[in-house]
Design a protein. Structure first.
Length: 161
């Protein structure tokens, strides 16, 4: 991903969250069953065709992974939000607090972490909807809990509203 040199680019959401939950459950990393979310932010390049180009580069470099690249500069339109100011700002509008996390490499051994809603829920195995999904989109949050089977897969998780 570093070779793409994405403006404000991160690996985010389930890939990071699941790795943390696996670690906190004392087990080896789970197999990748979904996509790996790559987010970036560049308001000058909002055509989704560019995201598909980046996905193709990533697939060629690391085949077998379902890469999902999304420029957060346009995602507010799909979500009915005000325009986002950065990739990190966009994460504030995601469904769960523990999912609003992203990482990127810094140099050969460093790592940046973006967690606009904090890491407490993630680190304490708490499933909690973000305020918007609690107030306005609760059915979406509840559907995600059921369809993703998180509590079944990570039994120490606790739901809190």
């Amino acid at each position: 991903m570093r070779k793409l040199n994405l403006r404000d680019g991160w690996i985010a959401a389930g890939f990071v969250r699941n790795a943390v939950w696996d670690h906190l459950h004392g087990r080896a990393p789970s197999a990748l069953t979904g996509d790996v979310d790559v987010i970036w932010y560049d308001p000058a390049v909002t055509d989704p065709v560019q995201d598909r180009r980046y996905e193709a580069v990533l697939r060629a470099a690391v085949p077998g992974i379902a890469w999902s690249v999304k420029n957060q500069a346009r995602m507010h339109l799909r979500n009915g939000d005000r325009p986002y100011r950065s990739a990190t700002d966009a994460m504030r509008h995601w469904p769960e607090t523990a999912t609003a996390i992203a990482v990127r490499r810094r140099g050969e051994v460093g790592c940046d972490v973006a967690a606009p809603l904090g890491v407490d829920d993630l680190m304490h195995l708490i499933l909690r909807p973000t305020s918007r999904f609690l107030a306005e989109k609760r059915a979406v949050y509840d559907g995600r809990i059921a369809s993703k089977r998180w509590i079944e897969n990570w039994p120490r998780l606790r739901q809190q509203l």
